[in-house]
Design a protein around this ligand. Sequence first.
Ligand code: ATP
Length: 522
Amino acid sequence: MLNITTFLDANACRLSKPVFHCPDRDLYYTSGEILSIVSGIGEKLIQAGVQKGDRILIFLNNSPEYLFSYLAGWRIGAVVVPTNRIYTKFEIAYMIENSGAKMVITDASGAIFLEEMQCESKSNSNDFQFDLQNVSVYVPDPAEIEKMRKHPVLPPACVTCDDLCQIQYTSGTTGKQKGAMLTHGNWLAAISNECDVMAFSETDVYLGIYPMGHVGVSWGISALRAGALYIMMERYELEKYLNLIEKHQVTALSGMPPVIHSLAGCPPGTEDRIRTVREIISGGGPLHHEIWKKFHHRYGIPVVNAYGLSETIVIGTGTAIRPPDYAFADKFQSVGHPVCFSEVKIVDELDCSKTLTQGEVGEIALRGPAVAKGYFGYPEETKRVFLPDGWFLTGDVGYLDKDFRLCLTDRKKDMIVMSGWKIYPTEAEEVLYRCPAVKEIAVFGVSHPHRGEVPAAAVVWADAGKTENTDELLAFAKEHLAGYKIPRKVVTVSDLPRVGGWKLLRRELREKYNGKIEFENL
Ligand code: ATP
């Protein structure tokens, strides 16, 4: 038997210091108070008819209510479906329907949003279908939650390692979001590996910026488990982030590649503001070597580059490059060795029964205790990627280097095939980031009548006013990239499209520019 929330009971007995802080409301909570509030909300859910195995979808912004509802769902044996308020009506309608949610937990404006969706669906049934008839809506009241700090403790629901506790929708970077079915046992592995990799302890102060709807929030839950102080940012803003680091003497940081990028370019003096940080996590997307190098030279803070997916609760089963190994990571996209109890292998992209040897590029497969049970409501896709012998086909392409470190090449779906030549956008970007004219760049494929596909690039320029930017980039590309990898078209953008502001959405660039780009001499 295992209910993952029992770490709260264990911590409540021995720790009286605050372990969770919401800076926007200046609120602090001890483990005992979290346990009480989670119990209070858990009781409310039970009174509203939620039973073991029922799906409850959380549609909130990062907030204490979010964290407490998440844990309350687990406490009573329900299945939590974490989402974000940034999702559109189409995405939310799909997730409610696909997960078969019995309840939606949201705030007052979220409840209005749902009502409007319902009305719209009734008035225009062809365009948009949504029925809330069998779904109850619960709006936790922050004032009422504050009164639950001493609520009697609710015993944890009796569940096994194999029982579902979550349906985690993938980010939708490459296509339709799929609901990965995660269990209490998966979470046990994730928390144990994250505590191990970050060496979280009670003296740590962890600043978390991942949206609660993304599986990256597991780092915050792991910090809680370790009895560290977990500070949750409602929304990432660089200056606020730096102020919080300074004020709370933060020791462990969640930073995604764009955050590490902005830190690398911060004004002089920032070194002093973040001097208490002993490690920073990067994950969810490639940390380009050029950015990593700049960050490393300026701050010398180890970057834990962690590789995993929603389907593996980040590094519940995955790999990580970490100190002291990270000092050798100055090669193309190494994400290190497998974490505890994880196995990694490279298989032929067309025949997954063929295992490739070191140095050979193929699809990355992972096996270990945090691999999800499959995709909810997608038996065919589940069968295709969750293999009977426990291996999970990630859809990422990479290879093992001579020291068995995993190196990522790209995502299978992002690969561009031009007249039979394979082009990996991340590899091309890795080189083009070194061009001084470039601030941010994304390479993507667009279809071409004779060549199949050709690479194009969307660029945010370091100096947008310079007229010769494109010429400079193309000259740089000609010098450093093989001819077939050079972007055939360069478009200027003010921002790159990203999921929730951080995960690059190459798919959106493809959709936007496909068929709309004129090519000369091709
Ligand atoms: P979808 O499956 O819907 O397209 P997604 O795969 O982007 O969405 P996530 O589970 O959030 O959803 O992201 C996992 C992916 O993120 C991995 O498959 C990999 O491509 C990328 N990724 C994760 N960590 C790293 C890392 N450290 N370096 C490079 N890429 C990473």
